[in-house]
Ligand binder design. Structure first.
Ligand SMILES: NC(=O)c1ccc[n+]([C@@H]2O[C@H](COP(=O)([O-])OP(=O)(O)OC[C@H]3O[C@@H](n4cnc5c(N)ncnc54)[C@H](O)[C@@H]3O)[C@@H](O)[C@H]2O)c1
Ligand SMILES: [Zn+2]
Ligand SMILES: [Zn+2]
Length: 348
């Protein structure tokens, strides 16, 4: 079985590993498409943990149902890649996203559970979801990141006519902008350091306007749109300059949603947030209900997720795809991996 493995700082390699085999209670899935996530980029940057096979956004075909009769061989499925314990107080309240074990054994995020940049994955049967025929393979791999942004917007309390700012136009930021608009936001702005991504956000129609985060007059330009700041701000970056700007642009008593993740400490202008009594809320992953709701929204075409997919690459091209996504000047926001692509090329 071919898998893409972290070998060191910004270094991935295709390795041949032992084939994953059927396991009781787990669904064995042949991967069709798997998305590269901003969180994967953090691991890539650090080169740690070595040996990790990433890929937690995926869809595929059931090879073995592990004894679970909800699935048949050949079904097309996606899955919540997480590992909630289902016993703790959070799990009992259906808040599986904040269970202490949820990310410990997550598929593609832990060494114990290799991810979908590989020919096969094994997933706990209760986390697997059938994909309706109206959802194609590309969209099937987009359900997971869309569920992240769907939850962020649910928690943000965006109301009809609100002024919303999204800091960072990666896929998570674009999807937050899209969901904020669909909840009735009156004006959605986006800031980006990468000009091509900013332009793209505007062209995709998810924001009304975009601003270059490196512009020395950013503050005046952005604030002139709102007077005293935005009702709701989403930080979809997690770095110091981004989070600082998110705090500066939130209006008094406004809501700031922390979506972007940093593995290290982040400096922020604390006093600016305190003096405005802003409401800061973190968000992680999604509940099972939110994940299922995104499948429904995609299946009825209430949301279009396919338009965000820029490219589909083979396992051998994953290293190059990470370089492209981090170049700072490429417009691509979502690149999917297709482990079968290599075989097709080989037949030619
Ligand atoms: N909370 C969660 O559940 C969750 C889930 C998935 C991803 N994430 C995190 O969300 C973040 C975004 O994910 P992504 O896949 O979109 O990543 P990404 O790296 O593609 O997007 C981040 C974007 O921010 C831009 N940026 C950097 N500094 C900026 C600044 N100062 N101002 C404005 N824009 C700036 C970058 O150019 C980039 O386009 C990542 O940190 C990721 O780890 C969180
Ligand atoms: Zn992700
Ligand atoms: Zn739990």
């Amino acid at each position: 079985m071919r898998s893409v493995v972290i070998k060191g700082v910004k270094a991935l390699e295709v390795e041949t590993r032992e084939k994953l085999l059927p396991k009781e209670g787990y669904v064995l899935i042949e991967v069709l498409k798997a998305g590269i996530c901003g969180s994967d980029i953090h691991y890539w940057d650090l080169g740690d943990p070595k040996g990790l096979v990433m890929g937690h956004e995926f869809c595929g075909i059931v090879l073995d149902n592990g004894g679970c009769e909800r699935f048949n061989v050949g079904d097309r499925v996606t899955a919540l890649p997480i590992s909630p314990c289902m016993k703790c107080d959070e799990c009992k309240k259906s808040d599986i996203q904040i269970c202490a074990e949820t990310w410990t054994y997550a598929v593609g995020l832990s060494l114990d559970n290799p991810g979908a940049f590989s020919e096969r994955v094994l997933v706990r049967e209760d986390m697997v979801r059938l994909l309706p025929d109206s959802i194609n393979d590309k969209v099937g791999a987009m359900i997971e990141p869309a569920a992240v942004s769907y939850r962020a917007v649910n928690l943000s309390d965006v109301n009809e006519g609100d002024k919303v700012l999204v800091v960072g136009g990666g896929i998570i930021g674009l999807l937050c902008a899209m969901f904020a608009k669909s909840r009735g936001a009156g004006y959605v702005a986006l800031t980006e350091t990468n000009e091509s991504r900013g332009e793209k956000a505007f062209k995709l129609g998810v924001c009304d306007e975009w601003f270059n985060a490196l512009d020395e007059n950013l503050n005046e330009k952005v604030m002139s749109k709102t007077g005293n700041g935005f009702d709701v701000v989403f930080d979809c970056c997690g770095n110091s300059p981004a989070l600082s700007s998110a705090i500066m642009f939130t209006k008094p008593d406004g809501n700031l949603i922390l979506v972007g993740i940093s593995m290290g400490l982040v400096n922020i202008p604390l006093v600016a947030g305190i003096m405005k009594e802003i409401n800061i809320k973190g968000t992680i992953g999604y509940s099972a209900h939110e994940f299922d709701e995104v499948i429904r929204l995609a299946s009825t075409n209430e949301i279009n997720l396919e338009k965000f997919v820029d490219d589909v690459v083979s396992l051998e091209e994953v290293q190059e795809a990470f370089e492209r996504l981090t170049s700072g000047n490429d417009s691509a926001v979502k690149i999917l991996v297709d482990p079968k692509k290599y075989k097709i090329l080989n037949l030619e």
